[in-house]
Design a protein around this ligand. Structure first.
Ligand code: KG4
Ligand code: ZN
Length: 351
């Protein structure tokens, strides 16, 4: 089975073609980062319009790169949510229409299901069950993954997502957009000891996170500091350490509590090098194994949507012929694929 995957839930246009036997054949990504930079964040309407401009040329390029004719495709997978509704609608309309024109089935994929299965594109791939630490700009959660469509949320953020905290703190430090990668780069020059920051929720039971207080602690902490370049780097270092310690502490607690010793890290913050190196060491000490997607598949991409969609289509799932797009969509309402019908996803939430 050969499947085209389309991702347009936020500010990246991602397209990929995957084959059940030969794996990933081609993928391409167009990032709108420069378009939104002057506004310091994603402007939804501009995002939708840019997806309209970029999506079809990207589909053509990926078909050519994969040496694939449309007639050789067996299905189309597109991100159906959660995300920016206008941006989602572009991918959903194009994906559904192409599938209809080519006479193949389409499936609407949950964006976070794409993220949490992304490490399975690598070798060795993690086996089910595993614990997934999903840390992106919009979500921070720990999920027990028993199989495709069998997800139990063990904990999530009570306020800001980890990526959002990186982005907001980067803004406080006057760094460019997007803030997460810029802050992480600056932290590499940082030295410890400039500021003491809390490890939110780590001393409380449970697996929930809370990151908004960290940003406030940074704002308060830098009030009396002369913020030269070195001081900024030192603050970036302390902030990154606080987030990394918290994510590692809670992830290992999830491993302990469930007895599942495979841990998967996914989502944009999973690209953070300090998190990757520290977690590798901590997990090894705890007798757990950690799996990551390659760096470019941590952030939004078409490959993860093609992969998740391929698994569902290969299991016989067939979506209705309507165009599916939901701004909000609870991961726990997903179900394993059901042959011949759309996956039951619970009552459709209001957008
Ligand atoms: O998964 P993603 O591409 O989009 C969402 O679905 O949100 O994640 C983007 C988030 C942004 O908040 C970005 O600042 C953060 O991931 N991010 C990072 C790094 N690379 C991306 N945060 C920390 N360190 C990084 N290296
Ligand atoms: Zn994402």
């Amino acid at each position: 089975m050969r499947v085209l995957g389309i991702e347009t839930s936020c500010d990246e246009t991602g397209v990929a073609i995957i084959d059940t036997r030969r794996g990933l054949l081609a993928h391409a990504l167009y990032s709108q980062v420069r378009l939104h930079a002057e506004f310091g964040g994603v402007v939804p309407e501009l995002a939708s319009r840019d997806h309209v401009r970029k999506l079809l040329p990207l589909v053509k390029r990926v078909l050519a790169d994969a040496g694939t004719e449309p007639g050789e495709l067996d299905g189309v997978a597109y991100t159906a949510g959660p995300g920016l509704i206008g941006a989602l609608l572009v991918g959903a309309c194009v994906g559904r229409s192409l599938a209809w024109a080519w006479g193949v089935p389409a499936v609407g994929v949950h964006h976070m299901e794409g993220h949490l299965l992304a490490p399975m594109l690598e070798s060795p791939a993690p086996e089910f069950p595993f614990i997934a630490l999903l840390v992106s700009g919009g979500h921070s959660m720990l999920v027990e993954v028993a199989g495709l469509g069998r997800y139990r949320v063990l904990g999530e953020t009570l306020d800001d997502a980890a990526g959002e905290a990186f982005d907001k703190t980067a803004k406080v430090l006057g760094l460019g957009y997007p803030g997460g990668p810029a802050l992480a780069r600056l932290a590499e020059q940082g030295r410890p000891g400039r500021l003491r920051l809390p490890r939110p929720m780590l001393n409380r039971p449970g697996l929930d996170f809370s990151f908004s207080g960290l940003k406030t602690a940074v704002i308060t902490g830098i009030r009396d500091l002369e913020l030269d370049e070195q001081a900024k780097a030192d603050v970036a270092w302390e902030f990154q350490e606080a987030i990394v310690d918290t994510l590692i502490g809670k992830s290992l607690r999830a491993v302990e509590e469930t007895g599942i010793r495979r841990l998967v890290v996914a989502g944009g913050v999973g690209a953070n090098r300090r998190l990757r190196s520290q977690l590798a060491a901590a997990a090894q000490a705890a007798g757990a194994e950690v799996f990551y997607p390659r760096l470019e598949f941590c952030t939004d991409n078409g490959a993860m949507i093609a992969y998740a969609g391929m698994l569902r289509l290969a299991a016989g799932e067939r979506a209705a012929s309507s165009i599916e797009a939901r701004a909000r969509w609870d991961l726990e309402t997903l179900r394993p694929p059901v042959r011949g019908s759309a996956a039951p996803t619970g009552p459709a939430p209001a957008n």
